[in-house]
Design a protein around this ligand. Sequence first.
Ligand SMILES: [Ca+2]
Length: 261
Amino acid sequence: MKHAFIKTMMSVAAFTFLFAGFSSEAKAGEITSVNAGVEGEILTVSGQAAEDVLSVAIFVYSADGKTLLQMESVAVDEKHAYSDTFEVKGSEYTVKVADYNGGSFKTVKAEKEDGTSLLKKFNRGSLNIDETAGFLKGVIAKMTVSELQDRCNYEIKVIKAKDSTQASADDKLCTGDAVKFLDAAGEEMDSYQICVSGDVNGDGVVNVEDMERIQKSVLKLELIQGVYEQAGLLTTGAVKLSVTDMEIIQKDILGIRKISE
Ligand SMILES: [Ca+2]
């Protein structure tokens, strides 16, 4: 026991040294998001990092965050995403992720999936449910019904806003569509309006038309409400549509910075 502890402390020391050594050479990048969850005996950690991050260091601690149990470094792919799995026995952990070159940690709790939440914890990405507004937020343009299904703990069906018909598995989600969560008997439990980030006019794609809609709203020529307004609120903390939201969409269209959450 004591030997294992010393071994762990030594590897922590070595890693800390590596960390400190690298940080002086390269500027540390930011970790944009971390998702972590336990399913069976597998802890899955995934997320997004800033463009300048090439690899990330993932640290798995005990639930109280005091004991380091495992660590890995993993490369970031061309979509700035990273993902890794760890074999675990328990059901609760604290996970910290940082740029391999150093920088600040992003910390999340990883818990065993209990099956009662609508969205899967370990691969929900930027998806989140706004119970107050009744919106499913954080949907990225071009996500299909089946891709959303993969991130849910329950069977879903999507009703299209444009003609009130049920969307098929390959259909892309549009702002304004309704997602219905079904119980084991196929009965509807919950329903939310889908909010595709940046898709203000509800056609499922983010393009110059969405920028024009926001512009009309800013100039008070047109009123955008509800989930459509929410889809255009891309500026952190903002409650009103603005030119900044248009700029965020423009950067997405030009591929300068994709809308990721
Ligand atoms: Ca659109």
